[in-house]
Write a protein that binds this ligand. Structure first.
Ligand SMILES: Nc1ncnc2c1ncn2[C@@H]1O[C@H](COP(=O)(O)OP(=O)(O)OP(=O)(O)O)[C@@H](O)[C@H]1O
Length: 270
């Protein structure tokens, strides 16, 4: 892909304070994400994937290093990014429509306009007819689709997704992955996607970034996913190239997972 990367991480290090000690979660993370790319981040549990996403969202300032968005240093919240967490953040006392309107309300969009845009996004995620429902009346997949609409209605250039589908059953998950790919293709959004599921990472991404075992984890390796698009997620997993890519990433990820377990055992017994 040509042009300047939309997201650039320059030697990002994050150290958390834990009492009177410091815990270095990630160190010297260098990463560029091209405009319109779909990049997944994988790595052992606790290696700092969410930390990196929080840094790109501007919710967490790096201890050293920095982030550039479209060439400009990021200070404070990243207003060009939308953030989709593992747990959705729908307000239970508001209707589906009101929940989707929230971001636009904060942005000062007038009532009629925001309701129109929210209805449009609800229809895109297949939730027309559920505008007046409350979150507790929805299934897990419907809640997740509402959360996707809630984030996308604000038109983010960058979508930061932290294990967004991990709580869903396998079928709903695949439907949501398909919908995400359709939305991504239509809107040209740049996606940074954290997942524990290698199947998901290979089938959705242009690139997979593997983080090393923590503490002080960093980018261990990057893999280009050269599977053709558009992708049929039902079929892509049976393609020979899919299997080769999966194996390549898994053989490295496995080593990092083993290292992480080894370190945890050492800490546990030390
Ligand atoms: N606010 C915090 N204060 C202290 N330590 C933290 C804080 N947030 C995260 N950590 C530590 O930093 C490391 C990285 O955490 P992070 O949540 O970014 O990892 P992760 O790769 O997203 O984990 P998982 O895969 O389990 O979701 C972990 O060791 C975690 O315990």
């Amino acid at each position: 892909m040509v042009g300047r990367p939309l997201v650039e991480l320059d030697n990002v290090t994050v150290a958390y304070r834990a009492g009177d000690r410091q815990h270095v979660a990630v160190t010297d993370v260098n990463l560029e994400v091209s405009r319109g790319a779909f990049v997944s981040v994988v790595g052992p549990t606790g290696c700092g994937k969410s930390t990196v996403l929080n840094v790109v969202a501007g919710l967490l300032a790096p201890t050293s290093g920095g982030v550039r968005i479209d060439g400009t240093s990021l200070w404070g919240r990243n207003t060009r990014a939308g953030y989709l967490f593992q747990q959705d953040t729908l307000l239970p006392w508001k209707t589906v429509l009101e929940n989707v309107c929230l971001g636009l309300e904060l942005a000062g969009v007038d009532r009629a306009e925001r309701r129109e845009q929210a209805r449009d996004w609800l229809s895109r995620v297949g939730l027309s007819g559920f505008e007046d429902a409350h979150p507790h009346q929805l299934s897990g997949g419907m809640r997740k689709r509402t959360a996707v609409a809630q984030v996308c209605v604000c038109g983010p250039e960058i979508l930061l997704m932290d294990e967004p589908f991990s709580a869903l059953d396998a079928q709903t998950r695949q439907l949501m992955e398909n919908e995400l790919l359709t939305l991504w293709t239509e809107a040209g959004t740049t996606v940074l996607f954290v997942t524990h599921d290698l199947d998901e990472a290979v089938s959705l991404s242009d690139e997979i970034v593997l983080f090393s075992a923590g503490p002080a984890s960093t980018v261990a390796r990057r893999y280009e996913v050269d599977l053709p698009r558009p992708r049929d997620l039902m079929r892509i997993r049976t393609a020979r190239r899919f299997g080769e890519l999966y194996e390549a990433v898994w053989s490295d990820l496995r080593k990092e997972v083993m290292k992480a377990h080894g370190r945890r055992d050492t800490v546990g017994h030390g």
